[in-house]
Structure formats: C-alpha cells, structure tokens
Design a binder for this molecule. Sequence first.
Ligand SMILES: C[S@@+](CC[C@H](N)C(=O)[O-])C[C@H]1O[C@@H](n2cnc3c(N)ncnc32)[C@H](O)[C@@H]1O
Length: 190
Amino acid sequence: MKEIYDSSVRTDTYKLQVNDILRELALKQRRKGKAVILDSDKLVTRNILLSAGYKICNINIPNPFSYKSIRKIHARTYELLLGDYLDKVKRKPFTFAFFDYCGGLNGNNIVKPKEDIAKYFKNHNATDESIFAITVSIRQSSDKGVCSSITNLHSTVTISAFNAGYTAVLLPIGYCYHGMFFAIYKIYEK
Ligand SMILES: C[S@@+](CC[C@H](N)C(=O)[O-])C[C@H]1O[C@@H](n2cnc3c(N)ncnc32)[C@H](O)[C@@H]1O
C-alpha cells in the first residue's frame, strides 16, 4: 500500500507538542505500559514512549504503508491495517493507544477510523485508566462545519466506549493545528 503521510511533518512544532503531551501521560505508566500506535518511518511517537520508560517489546505498530522501513528499526511492526491488527490480537490489553490518522473520521475505502474505534472498545483492548489519543483531519469538514466534525469525533469515541462498558473522559489538553484535530481521552472501566 502506498504511503500518503509526509513524515517531514515530524519537525512541525505542533506535532512535537502533541508527542510531548503524550510523553507526560505515558510517564505515569512507564515500564508496565503496553501501547498500540500509528507511527511513521520517523518513529517519533515510538521514541517518545521509549523515553517515557515504555519497554520496546510493549510498543506495537500496525502499518502496511511504511512496513519495511519501520520494521527495520522496530521489531513489533505489523504489515496490517489497524483494524486488521485489532482483529488479530483480540482482547490484548493496552494502557496507551494513539490512533494518529492522516485523514478524516469518515475514512475512505482503506482506512476506517470509526470501525477501528468501535473495535478497540468492543474487543476490550482498553485497560482501566488507560490513555486513548486520536488525531483526525477536519480539513474536509462536512457542510455542517468544523464544530460538527469535532462533535462527531467526540460522540464516536464516547458512544463506542460506553457501549463496551467504559467511560471515556475528554482531557482538556487537545487542540487543532494545520487542519488536524487532536484529542486525548482517559478511559475508565465502568
Ligand atoms: C500521522 S502518521 C503518524 C505520526 C506519528 N504518530 C508522529 O507523531 O510523528 C500515521 C501513520 O500511520 C499510517 N496509517 C494511517 N492509517 C492507518 C491504519 N488504519 N492502519 C495502519 N496504519 C495507518 C500512515 O500511513 C502513517 O504512516
């Protein structure tokens, strides 16, 4: 599958700030943390988790687009879309998830964010007090506007979590940058 993400974005101030925020949260989980992340061949998020104390063997990266280049550096890389990876691991517990999409919540014929989110909670991958972070593009917002896209994201996460027996609490530290919207939730088992 062809990569569409421009990983030179790693030098983007906002992208680095996003990862700094995640590092602060991951620091609380340290060596017992287990993560599933969307990362690029620059492995910015993986390196942030390592610097926060995560063990390398506990960081899982599904990515069929940049599989070969990521796999050369990181063993726990899978040539699978996120949704297919979640099907494969079933109820594997994660303390940290970063669904860092390049496109909108509605996805396309390959990437299916809404299905991935629903699957993550339905499969009970989220552990109690885990972190669920997500970025989606709001550039091609619906004719109802940007606020509607953000509400749609929040609703998708909270309803998917609720239906699976979780409470997803939106943390006050996400933001918008360059047409992307970044949100972080703390997930509690009800
Ligand atoms: C936005 S980049 C990750 C950037 C990284 N987290 C950072 O902060 O620098 C997302 C990566 O995941 C890949 N990707 C996007 N959707 C995916 C999906 N559903 N399954 C697997 N990989 C996906 C993209 O092609 C890209 O390589």
